[in-house]
Design a protein around this ligand. Structure first.
Ligand SMILES: C[S@@+](CC[C@H](N)C(=O)[O-])C[C@H]1O[C@@H](n2cnc3c(N)ncnc32)[C@H](O)[C@@H]1O
Length: 204
């Protein structure tokens, strides 16, 4: 029987996307300031998935400095659509606005500062894609609003599900017939942390 490559982490690192200067700068800032961001592989995955479902309306929960938002807003821009992204911390929200502007995406992204839970209940969908990247312990609580806001066959992507705090989310989504979820555990170069889980779920 054939074996997988020797040193798969080194092997797959060579295929991590070569980021542009702004994304590299945000990645270095994130490392220096201990801001957990998705990194180039998950960033590109978000772009590819959003394009694959032809997304025009995307919602992100947890913006930080706008690294993942740049990938999502770039996908929206190709459909003349709009990313809405929610961030609790006013300083991070201001940095994200500036970074999206530097990326030429100010018109494709609306950074809303505040608690996602206060805003979600007041929002109207439908969204084609929702990316969940807030406190892992809060994912399960956000799930009903994500279901309400996604269009049928819309896509939910949840980051960091290898953490025990996300277990309530995994248990809830895998026992709810309103979702068709799949969980992956992977080596993700440049992601924080590099070995982590992602959940992709179709809204039924
Ligand atoms: C993991 S970071 C987001 C990283 C970002 N998605 C990226 O990859 O570039 C999580 C962010 O969610 C924010 N956050 C946590 N709880 C939140 C809430 N209830 N509402 C809005 N933002 C929240 C934090 O302030 C933090 O900036």
């Amino acid at each position: 029987m054939s074996k997988i490559v020797d040193e798969p982490e080194a092997y797959f690192s060579q295929f991590a996307l070569k980021e542009d200067q702004l994304l590299q700068e945000l990645q270095m800032e994130a490392v220096a300031e201990h801001i957990p961001i998705v990194g180039p592989v998950v960033g590109e995955l978000l772009f590819v998935l959003s394009r694959a479902v032809d997304a025009g309306a995307i919602l992100e929960l947890g913006t930080a400095t706008g690294y993942s938002a740049i990938f999502l807003a770039r996908a929206c821009a190709m459909n003349e659509g709009m990313l809405t992204t929610l961030e609790l911390d006013p300083q991070l929200a201001a940095r994200a606005r500036k970074n999206l502007e530097r990326a030429g995406l100010a018109k494709q992204a609306n950074v809303i500062c505040g608690d996602a839970f206060a805003h979600l209940t007041r929002m109207a969908g439908p969204f084609d894609v929702i990316f969940m990247d807030i406190e892992k312990a809060d994912y399960a609580r956000a799930l009903p609003e994500c279901h309400r806001l996604l269009r049928p066959r819309g896509l939910l992507v949840a980051d960091n599900i290898a953490f025990p705090e996300a277990d309530s989310f995994s248990q809830a989504i895998f026992s709810d017939s309103g979702w068709r979820p799949v969980s992956l555990f992977a080596f993700l170069p440049g992601h924080s942390p590099e070995r982590d889980g992602l959940c992709l779920a179709l809204r039924c």
